[in-house]
Design a protein around this ligand. Structure first.
Ligand code: FDP
Length: 319
């Protein structure tokens, strides 16, 4: 496990070195291809995807991988030894921000394989977040950080570019009890359900909850790179949500993916004292039905996530 995390950290260093060179390295812009999600593939998406795969395919630690950028699972080649772990990853989260020098990230989720031997299977990849043995993210921002949990707290490391190593800077991260921020793309408000609209006004301090209590109102922050939004709220306290909306009839379950975006961040949030939900159920308890399954997502301070569930229950009549 430690070696696997080390390999992911190494991929992160390489991706960071590329992102920090930006326009100098001719790696900004689109490849011209469209991925399985129907999104335009950026050159850096492709580079990050390849980098993580190549640094992990031959080590003997993994049985199978799956990436946001690839439609099918990526079993380890028969040329290489097969290991006992499963790696799911979003190589470059927030890729629509790449060209604007805004923070982006990599998210990863690690499971133990379920199959007994041979190549890893789809079933190995479709495990509940509760079965995660480690999860984390790299954030490529003003500095590069690696934040991860293996079920014993959340720890953050900052890349020291002068020595090329991640050094422990944020041991045992806990979400502050007093939240500061709410983070959502409020440009989509007209596409939201009543529950989400009322909940958002509650967060702004404009509406009471079911007990008649008002909040003072939080500051709104939204970067549009989930890793960066999550990271800020992890350290500052708050809630990030991307609800289901009626904007695109194709995506009735929101935009974000359960297995390699929602579940790993949910595991981190829980380890830091927070929680997550799809509006009714903890994200860690959802059984993925497909590799690229989308989910509505609410993640951050426990009381704010529970309050989102309450508003949805009351206004959207969900049990
Ligand atoms: P992106 O499409 O740029 O990769 O994972 C998808 C994601 O980014 C998240 O990182 C981000 O929070 C969200 O989508 C932004 O979506 P909107 O532009 O719809 O707000």
């Amino acid at each position: 496990m430690t070696s696997l995390l080390y390999d992911i950290a190494l991929a992160g260093k390489v991706i960071a070195s590329q992102t920090s060179r930006g326009g100098l390295a001719e790696i900004l812009g689109k490849t011209g291809a469209t991925n399985i999600q129907g999104e335009e593939v950026m050159k850096l998406d492709e580079l990050a995807d390849r980098m993580i795969y190549r640094l992990n395919d031959h080590t003997g630690r993994l049985a199978v991988m799956a990436s946001e950028e690839q439609e099918d699972i990526l079993p380890v080649s028969s040329r290489f030894p097969i290991g006992k772990y499963v790696l799911l990853y979003d190589p470059l989260d927030g890729s629509s921000n790449i060209d604007y020098n805004v923070s982006i990230g990599t998210i990863f989720a690690i499971y133990r394989r379920l199959s007994q031997s041979g190549h890893g299977t789809l079933e190995d990849c479709l495990q509940k977040g509760r079965d995660l043995i480690a999860a984390g993210y790299l954030i490529y921002g003003a500095s590069t950080m690696l934040v991860y949990t293996s079920g014993m707290g959340v720890h953050g490391f900052t890349l020291d570019p002068t020595v090329g190593e991640f050094l422990l800077t944020h041991p045992n991260i806990r979400i502050p009890e007093k939240p500061k921020y709410y983070s959502v793309n409020q440009g989509y408000e007209k596409f939201w359900s009543d529950g989400i609209k009322h909940y958002t006004r509650y967060l702004q301090g404009d509406e009471p909850d079911a007990n008649g209590n008002f909040l003072k109102g939080f500051s709104m922050r939204y970067i549009g790179s989930m890793v960066a939004d999550f990271h800020r709220n992890l350290l500052g306290g708050g809630i990030y949500y991307y609800p289901a909306d009626s904007k695109n009839p194709k995506y009735t379950s929101g935009k974000l993916r359960l297995s390699y975006e929602g579940a790993p961040l949910a595991f981190i949030a829980e380890q830091a004292g927070g929680t997550s939900s799809n509006g009714t159920t903890n994200l860690l308890d959802l059984q993925p039905e497909g590799l690229h399954q989308r989910t509505p997502l609410f993640i951050g301070n426990r009381d704010l996530v529970e309050k989102a569930e309450e508003f949805i229950r009351i206004f959207d009549h969900q049990e």
